[in-house]
Write a protein that binds this ligand. Structure first.
Ligand code: FE2
Length: 431
């Protein structure tokens, strides 16, 4: 809609910088939507917010997370080695002890952390290998409760293997029937390569039948011969699932033969399969069997992007059996991804910002995402002037808005400096 002189808006944000590089931009908001965007809009808002040249961004989106495990660090014991295998064993010990109340409480708490960090959409895998499906029930309840301020998309994730675990496929189908959104999988964890390929076929056919998206943990391994992504691309193409399938992790690609990858990337592009890298987790978990040199283990992010494939960065874990760190900060995720992939060029750094905002929004299929007129008024005002500065500083989220309402506010990053021989600086800006 075009703004008209003196039109009354609910909120007008003045003098913002936008992720596409525009500066001095006003955003007018009415009825929970963005009504107009442009320089010096001739409108007035019941509420006027001065961005003072700071970045206004669409919210952060996490394309890969585990909300059923988050904030469980130390239960029932800590992961002493810090390895993936001890993490999986630990999760196996914790699963029988889980209660729905505790799952809901932890996921709700993480949702609060997320909103405060401007993270307003999360795709979370939920383990379906517990026959009680407690975690599924818990996360569906959390999804319902947080819906006014946080979009959650659930993936039915057979952690123990959809073929390897005898009840996993039936449980996955039950979970979908209960309202879980996306079909998951873990082909590299099946007993054989052949079983892994078969699991991909079964799960993609089920997703196609049900009209659902697919997001598999795929080739989270340092084994260069773990090539389930090829099978995933093949079935996605065969079944017409273009644009609805993602391969998560894809770490084996780091170690694959270059000639083989030159065949693989066009197959992924042809099938419209997206890639989701999880830099914080994969830089810590992969290459553990190496001496030196140690592989980084993250998938080939710049090469995938150059091939025209959507690549998002996910957080994967925060304080759980696999990862004792993290805080729900997608700028920290982008910061790590940028470093691991050596993406320090200007366009590359901006692509890392897109990998935690617009690209995962596209992978999740979020409606009304963005800053264009007509989009939901979901946005973040950062204590930074540009996406690159936001990543550099892991900038404070001055304000987070959902459907036109402010849902979180934080102070700018300032310090009171009182240095010998220097005048006191009460509000020294840390940027
Ligand atoms: Fe994961």
């Amino acid at each position: 809609m075009e703004a008209t002189t003196d039109a009354a808006m609910d909120t007008v944000i003045r003098n913002a910088s936008l992720p596409d590089g525009r500066r001095g931009i006003d955003l007018a908001i009415a009825g929970g939507k963005i009504a107009a965007v442009g320089p010096a809009l001739p409108v007035r808002g019941a509420q006027e917010i001065d961005a003072a040249g700071d970045l206004v961004s669409p919210p952060f989106v996490d394309a890969h997370f585990h909300m059923d495990a988050t904030l469980s660090y130390g239960l029932p014991r800590v992961n002493q080695s810090g390895t993936l295998l001890e993490g999986i064993a630990l999760w196996g010990e914790l699963k029988p002890q889980l209660t729905q109340e505790a799952l809901v409480e932890r996921a709700m708490r993480y949702g609060d952390w997320a909103v405060a960090r401007g993270l307003l959409a999360i795709r979370t895998h939920v383990d379906v290998c517990d026959d009680r499906l407690l975690a599924v029930e818990a996360l569906l309840e959390v999804k319902r409760r947080v819906a006014p301020y946080l979009d959650m998309q659930l993936v039915a994730f057979p952690q123990d293997g959809v073929l390897r675990s005898p009840t996993a496929l039936a449980n996955l189908k039950r979970a979908i029937g209960m309202g879980v959104d996306v079909v998951g999988g873990i082909p590299h964890f099946e007993r054989t390569m052949a079983d892994g390929a078969e699991s991909v076929r079964i799960l993609c056919e089920f997703a196609a039948e049900q009209g659902l998206r697919v997001d598999m943990h795929c080739d989270e391994s340092d084994d260069p011969l773990s090539r389930h992504i090829e099978t995933l691309a093949c079935h996605s193409h065969r079944l017409g699932l273009h644009g609805r399938v993602a391969g998560s992790h894809l770490t084996s690609m780091h170690s694959m033969d270059n000639y083989y990858v030159s065949k693989l990337l066009p197959l992924m592009k042809e099938a419209g399969v997206a890639a989701i890298a999880n830099p914080l987790i994969n830089i810590t978990l992969q290459g553990r069997h190496d001496s030196y040199p140690k592989r980084r283990g993250m998938t080939r992010v710049p090469e995938l992007m150059a091939a025209g494939i959507d690549v998002a960065f996910g957080h994967d874990c925060v304080m759980d059996p696999w990862y004792s760190l993290g805080s729900g900060d997608m700028l920290e995720v982008a910061h790590m991804g940028l470093h691991v992939a050596q993406m320090t060029g200007q366009d590359a750094m901006r692509a890392c910002y897109a990998a935690v905002t617009e690209t995962p929004a596209r992978i999740l299929g979020l409606d009304g995402y963005g800053l264009a007129p007509g989009c939901h008024a979901d946005l973040v005002l950062l204590d930074a002037a540009s996406p690159v500065e936001a990543i550099r500083l892991r900038a404070a989220r001055r304000m987070v808005m959902r459907r036109g309402k402010i849902v979180s506010e934080s102070p700018r990053a300032v310090a009171r400096l009182n240095l010998p021989g220097r005048p006191e600086q009460a509000d020294f800006r840390l940027r």
